[in-house]
Design a protein around this ligand. Structure first.
Ligand SMILES: [Zn+2]
Length: 440
């Protein structure tokens, strides 16, 4: 016998309720969230009251919801800096929280994010929808090819696998060769990693004489952290290398696992059962067909985000429901990019402003230039610096300092003074050869 509750959950997981039912449910969840945060979350209580919201009744429609103030990453970052270690966006006393994670931000805007038992399960359910979209079931064996550090992505994917009833195989603390061995030995059927790393593993496999199609059981790969799996050419390369279907997924530490591809692979579904989404023009803040994605998460009451400016550039998929039967709206081509032009290198956000900040700390360096290339499957970052005297020491010191700041090892090369371009107005020091279609 199927209980009402499990039936409801199944419908919710599949995202098949109609639009008006969904909006009514979103409003109800939103009001519950507002009531909670107004009573005990210092960050949002102050923010909402300043905007004239005294109780959840002041947001009686989704139209009124769009009058609520935005939340920015900068704001959260300042709050955490002023109220260490976790800031004031906490709805409950510290002892209620069971998980701590940290964003991979490299600008000094590194956020720490807490989850309660309930919100952690909620995050895992988001991943359950990601797996469900890709046709992954409890019969599957899911290999998570990443180090299990403070970054939330793989922990939440692991939790989602547990909720799905699938076998989760953590791939932390291993070399690429060891990961391939573990993946084959455990007969993993699903691979979760960044798109870049899926291609790198394929290169390593080829060097080892391992035929991924013949020697492994992987039939689905799921990727996040970079736009790659949403790019047709990268997706095709991964699918060819692994003999598997490659799925894009989108999520964020401070938001949750909010987007996924279904087996129709015609856009990125938005999980509207658990989040409210808008797209706005980032200049005018008005609704737009293409622009910045704004998200409220509805099930992470302990540390929520309300009308959060994700900085992700996205575009609505043309109207019409998906052939998979889900009524969740879709984004065309997933996340197109970041509004702030962060360079994504090996899955890590690298901000040109941070590179500049490090380079400018070396007075011996004149002009500099940044090149990002992908000669093989892995991205490479090269910094060219003009140095007059003591080039070797400067190059060494700068490489070490950049490694400390960026968490990846760039190549630093000294070039002759005066050899790099000069600029009169806005500098264009960054050349992303991957976007130009140049690989060398
Ligand atoms: Zn679909």
């Amino acid at each position: 016998m199927v209980s009402d509750d499990s039936l409801r959950r199944r419908q919710a997981v599949k995202g098949k309720v109609d639009h008006s039912q969904r909006q009514a449910a979103q409003l109800c969840q939103l009001q519950t969230l507002l009531t909670e945060v107004l009573s005990s979350n210092p960050f949002y209580a102050a923010k909402l009251r300043a905007a004239g919201v005294e109780s959840a009744d002041d947001v009686a429609t989704l139209q009124q919801y769009t009058d609520l103030p935005f939340t920015t990453k900068q704001e959260l970052s300042v709050d955490q800096a002023e109220n260490p270690p976790y800031g004031t966006n906490l709805t409950y006393p510290a002892q209620r929280y069971v998980r701590v994670h940290q964003t991979s931000g490299t600008t000094g805007e590194r956020l720490r994010w807490l989850d309660t038992e309930d919100s952690w399960t909620w995050f895992g359910r988001g991943w359950e929808a990601v797996y469900g979209g890709a046709g992954v079931t409890g019969e599957d064996r899911i290999f998570l090819a990443a180090s299990f550090g403070p970054f939330i992505g793989f922990w939440s994917a692991h939790e989602g696998a547990r909720l799905l009833g699938a076998m989760a195989i953590p791939g932390g603390g291993m070399s690429s060769v060891q990961r391939l061995e573990a993946l084959a030995f455990n007969k993993a059927t699903v691979l979760v990693c960044t798109p870049t790393y899926a291609l790198h593993l394929a290169e390593v496999a080829a060097a080892q004489g391992l035929d991924l199609v013949r020697d492994t059981s992987v039939h689905v790969t799921i990727h996040a952290g970079e736009p790659g799996a949403g790019l047709p050419a990268t997706k095709a390369r991964i699918e060819q290398a692994w003999g598997a279907r490659c799925f894009d997924h989108a999520g964020a530490t401070e938001v949750g696992a909010w987007g996924f591809e279904c087996t129709e692979q015609d856009g990125l579904h938005l999980n509207e059962d658990q989040f409210i989404f808008e797209i706005i023009d980032p200049q005018s803040d008005q609704p737009a067909n293409e622009g910045e994605l704004i998200i409220t998460n509805l099930g992470r009451t302990g540390m929520p985000v309300i009308r959060y400016r994700t900085g992700d550039r996205v575009r609505w998929h043309e109207a019409g429901s998906c052939a998979c039967g889900r009524t969740f709206r879709r984004l065309e081509g997933g996340v197109i990019g970041r509004l702030d032009d962060a360079l994504v290198i090996r899955g890590i956000n690298v901000y040109p402003s941070l590179i500049e900040n490090v380079v400018r700390g070396f007075p011996q360096v004149g002009e500099f230039a940044v090149h990002v290339r992908r000669p093989g499957a892995m991205d490479e970052l090269e910094i060219e610096v003009e140095v007059e005297d003591g080039a070797e020491a400067v190059v060494e010191g700068l490489a070490a300092e950049l490694y400390r700041g960026l968490a990846l090892r760039p190549r630093v090369r000294a070039v002759a003074c005066g050899s790099l371009p000069r600029f009169e107005l806005k500098a264009r020091r960054v050349t992303d050869h991957r976007q130009l279609g140049q690989n060398g």
